[in-house]
Ligand binder design. Structure first.
Ligand SMILES: Cc1ncc(COP(=O)(O)O)c(C=O)c1O
Ligand SMILES: N[C@@H](CCOP(=O)(O)O)C(=O)O
Length: 463
């Protein structure tokens, strides 16, 4: 399997190279040259299998000969062994035709663990075999960072630097990043918002001297391996409800577009997905784009669903590449326009294709809080604010005949203030984390400047 860049000018790579590279050298994102398709019998055979077996069958066609079957099975086993639920991603019915896919039973209580635990294990095996060492840099609005630090803490072949927006993540998220004591992990509080963090990460990748000197690698969803691991739970959920013989819809609380892009890949692989719904909070750039046909930045406003407080949605580039018939030059032009003027138009043809692929909706702060309140009162389910954004939109866009699955992307205990304000009860942390508030924190404040960040990284890795 070969991987190509969305901007069409970077070297074509195999899976291992694409995984260890992260961002393509032309600034684009890697995608498989072709997406494998499963027939109905292959999909039907997944129903009822353990999560790990589905993960093996779904991901295997994408990895080429990077790992032997035995290696890959062992990687998958290790990745999911720390999850707190035997089903890994259990499906819960909340209403006549509404379901929640609980993706928060991993070590840091968010869906990021599904991919990050896999990447940690895959990096470890690949780097040991190469006798290599890398410096990982990541940007987070809260969940990617904690999942990355958890997945890579203490591993020999990596140093990890995570940039998070100072003062804009929940206390639980911050502590998950700042309390691990292993010397190879570093939480950096940046003076800016998530888009600034992500922009500095991309700048570092585009500064080739630095990139090559520290052997930079990325674990944001710009890394194809992140998206790939997230394709699996669309298959487990849909087959549990009767796919391929029955269609299902998914609503995905969306920020950086990685999770919903994984749903798009699942559909391209043959999974019969009826609607794929983008749910945004009041930072609704994706919903506005779908409505108006112009991707236009308008400044990030802090919300009670902070992990989705994003304006530059990285993986949207991947879907643009698809709806522009894989025209890398057209995508590069759009990204240039976005960088220069904060906006780009989408052609009528591409917009039509986007609207065929995705529906969209948004939830205001009040609607998000009201959804948390109502969900607890009617079904006893305590939702995290991101999931509540999804549930609000899912109810609006559901078809009575088709099951609607909302991705429950984080555990409510990661956002206790917002949940308590909505329903008058503070969700407790699971027992294994109950001392999180007592552990000492270790964090470095950093300016929103590439030079300051690069200097800090070089100092730390040479210390
Ligand atoms: C809890 C939670 N929900 C939803 C999202 C949005 O996911 P994505 O960025 O893949 O669109 C994030 C951040 O990525 C998150 O942390
Ligand atoms: N919401 C994310 C933002 C980064 O997203 P990623 O999926 O591209 O890593 C977070 O929680 O950090």
């Amino acid at each position: 399997m070969k991987y190509v860049s969305t901007r069409g000018k970077a070297p074509v790579l195999n899976f291992e190279e694409a995984m260890l590279t992260g961002l393509a050298r032309d600034g684009g994102l890697y995608l498989p040259e072709t997406i494998p398709v499963f027939d109905a019998a292959q999909i039907a055979a997944l129903a009822g299998l353990p999560y790990e077996e589905v993960a093996f069958r779904v991901m295997k066609p994408f990895i080429g000969d990077t790992f032997t079957d035995a290696e890959f099975r062992a990687i998958i086993e290790r990745a999911y062994s720390g999850f707190g639920h035997a089903a890994r991603a259990p499906l819960v019915q909340t209403d006549a035709n509404q379901f929640l896919l609980e993706l928060f039973h991993g070590p840091t209580l968010a869906f990021k663990d599904f991919a990050m635990q896999m990447i940690g294990q895959m990096f470890e095996v690949a780097l040991k075999r190469r006798g290599d060492r890398v410096t990982i840099i990541g940007a987070t609005s809260g969940d990617t960072g904690s999942a990355a630090i958890e997945a890579f803490r203490g591993l020999d072949a990596v140093d990890v630097f995570i940039l998070f927006p100072h003062g804009r993540v929940s206390e639980v998220q911050r502590r998950q990043m700042t309390t691990p004591s292993e010397p190879n992990v570093h939480a950096l509080a940046l003076d800016g918002d998530f888009d600034d963090c992500q922009a500095r990460v991309k700048d570092a990748f585009n500064h080739f001297d630095f990139r090559d000197r520290v052997r930079l690698a990325g674990v944001n969803s710009i890394n194809w391996a992140r998206v790939l691991a997230q394709v699996v739970y669309y298959f487990t959920a849909a087959t549990a409800l009767g796919a391929p013989h029955r269609k299902v819809s998914f609503t995905v609380p969306t920020g950086n577009f990685g999770d919903i892009f994984a749903g798009y890949v699942a559909r391209r692989m043959g999974l019969p997905i009826h609607k794929l719904v983008i749910a945004t909070n009041r930072n609704d750039i994706l919903h506005r784009t779908m409505e108006t046909g112009a991707y236009t930045k308008s400044g990030v406003e802090p919300t009670i669903s902070p992990s989705m407080d994003i304006q530059v949605s990285s993986n949207f580039e991947r879907v643009l590449f698809e709806v522009y018939d894989r025209d890398g030059a057209a995508v590069a032009d759009q990204m240039k326009m976005l960088g220069e003027s904060g906006s780009f138009p989408i052609s009528q043809g591409a917009l039509g294709r986007l609207r065929d692929l995705f529906a969209s909706g948004r939830a205001s702060e009040e609607e998000t809080a009201a959804t948390i309140t109502r969900s607890f009162a009617t079904s006893g389910e305590i939702l995290c604010p991101h999931t509540a954004v999804g549930v609000k939109v899912a109810h609006e866009l559901a078809d009575p005949q088709v099951p609607m699955i909302t991705l429950a992307t984080a555990h409510p205990a990661k956002f206790p203030d917002a949940v308590e304000a909505a329903m008058g009860r503070r969700p407790p942390l699971p027992n294994r984390m109950s001392d999180l508030y007592e552990r000492p924190e270790r964090v470095t404040r950093v300016a929103n400047e590439l030079v300051a960040i690069e200097t800090l990284i070089e100092e730390k890795i040479s210390a």
